[in-house]
Design a protein around this ligand. Structure first.
Ligand code: DX5
Ligand code: ZN
Length: 230
């Protein structure tokens, strides 16, 4: 496989940090050079966990935008069209909805764009890429879930790499410059594999905010892993 052209963006997933210190943890990530923050919104229905709503997103948006960083909001909720306005008003730059939660995905995509956000669509591990076919020309980002959504700290599903490769080929064939984001179990050990497969944004939760090392050391571990072979 040829060498990858660029370094992907590392997007720390704040939900994996200390819930009592989200803003401080986000600051640590930005101080270490993160340019993109990933916020997971879970409703206890679409996924078996509950996290944060627009108020917390708004607080994190101030922190992110204060550092000229991007705020990606990953909506793991049913009927996401009900909340597009609220999360756009809260300061989301990219709003990502799940294909599995949207029977009217094209309409929701237009709603997101009309609200002033970039449009992201996410696929669960068991959902085939074919479900994206009609929507790919309209999106700014595709998120490939590489764990079953709901929790940080799960193991990467190895088959996800081949899915990323197939999606990369499809985006290239369409001439799309949409971001290809991978979320779940991403760590320095599989970052290069994902970069080579065609990912442009790597979401990382426990590998940035967990363990004994500092956030800065963990981000540096990604940088080293991604530059070793380039
Ligand atoms: C899982 C979330 C992820 C999660 C990633 O449902 O969408 O963003 O926080 O955490 P890690 O990197 O620990 O798998
Ligand atoms: Zn996520």
């Amino acid at each position: 496989m040829p060498a990858p052209p660029t370094m992907p963006t590392i997007a720390p997933s704040i939900i994996a940090s200390d819930a009592g210190r989200f803003a401080a943890c986000a600051e640590e990530a930005f101080d270490a050079g993160a340019e993109w923050l990933h916020v997971d919104v879970m409703d206890g229905h679409f996924v078996p966990n509950i996290t944060v709503g627009p108020d917390v997103v708004e607080a994190l948006s101030s922190v992110a935008h204060g550092h000229e960083a991007k705020l990606g909001v990953h909506l793991m909720i049913e009927d996401p069209q009900r909340y597009v306005g609220a999360f756009a008003d809260a300061g989301a730059d990219v709003l990502t909805v799940h294909v599995e939660a949207c029977p009217h995905l094209h309409r929701v995509s237009e709603q997101i764009r009309d609200a002033g956000c970039e449009v992201g669509v996410a696929l669960n591990p068991a959902t085939p890429l074919g479900h994206l076919e009609g929507i790919l020309p309209f999106v700014d980002l595709v998120l490939v879930m590489s764990v079953n959504p709901g929790f940080s700290g799960q193991s990467y599903i190895a088959e996800s790499t081949a899915k990323v490769q197939r999606l990369r080929r499809r985006l290239n064939a369409l001439g799309s410059d949409a971001h290809l984001e991978v979320d779940g179990g991403v760590q320095p050990g599989n970052a290069m594999e994902l970069l080579r497969a065609g990912a442009t944004v790597l979401v990382a939760g426990s590998s940035i905010f967990g363990g004994d090392q500092s956030v800065a050391q963990n981000i540096e571990a990604f940088r080293s892993a991604l530059t070793l072979e380039v």
